[in-house]
Design a protein around this ligand. Sequence first.
Ligand SMILES: Nc1ncnc2c1ncn2[C@@H]1O[C@H](COP(=O)(O)OP(=O)(O)O)[C@@H](O)[C@H]1O
Ligand SMILES: [Mg+2]
Length: 259
Amino acid sequence: MTVTPIETVAATDTILETRGLTKDFGGLRATNDVSFTLARGAKEAIIGPNGAGKSTFFALVSGRHRPDAGSVTFDGQDVTGLPPHEIARRGMSRAFQVSSIFNRLTVLENVRSAVQVRRGRAFDFFSDARRVALDRTEEILALCRLADRRHVPAGELSQGDKKKLELALALAGEPRLLLLDEPTAGMSLEETRETMALVDDLNESHGLTILFTEHDMSVVFNHARRITLLHRGRMILSGSPAEVRANDEVQSIYLGGQA
Ligand SMILES: Nc1ncnc2c1ncn2[C@@H]1O[C@H](COP(=O)(O)OP(=O)(O)O)[C@@H](O)[C@H]1O
Ligand SMILES: [Mg+2]
């Protein structure tokens, strides 16, 4: 496995940039000429009504879909058309709406195997690698408030704890950019509060850049420092929570539903 040393990656203030990103599904243009820039260290939201193209945008950025036109630059490197595992290896993780949980393994076993995959498949039991992987696993479990569930089979977790585990698996990939697609979907108020506190912590204390989609506007306005609105695949506007809240177009798109 070749790993690009951090020092050789161009240090710019922009971690993610798309130019003219476009994706068609048959006759439907799900992503339409989206040029978007995300600063390193940001915590931002992509919003838009159902079907606006939020998940498709994430799929294009993370390599799950290939764009029909346009480019994706991650950390100064063109990653357009690269497969998802290659983009993940470079430091972009996408959590939620993708489930890579093994139900019969415990929480600890799930996270540990993800850490081991990240640290290299040729696992050497005679080196410190095993200890380091276990330490990293425990660190992630503590961070995600899963330490007391470590021996529970993943299939027996509550919905909220399952989401925490998905986040833990994303963190095992040691990302610099974390994409969260509707992190609080299906959660109770208490679980939502806890999950978003964790997202804030990852951004503020661990320097992780975070881009998330969310349909709950109170979550968006309380946690995103900048918000971008997509509508029918197009980027309509980008601004601070106050700017977006005051914008007439936002009001009419949301009040008018899909219209
Ligand atoms: N794999 C796919 N095949 C065909 N159409 C798709 C596919 N994925 C998404 N779409 C369509 O693209 C549009 C955008 O979907 P999506 O990105 O999931 O929106 P959002 O996440 O904002 O709700 C929708 O009209 C959806 O039906
Ligand atoms: Mg979606």
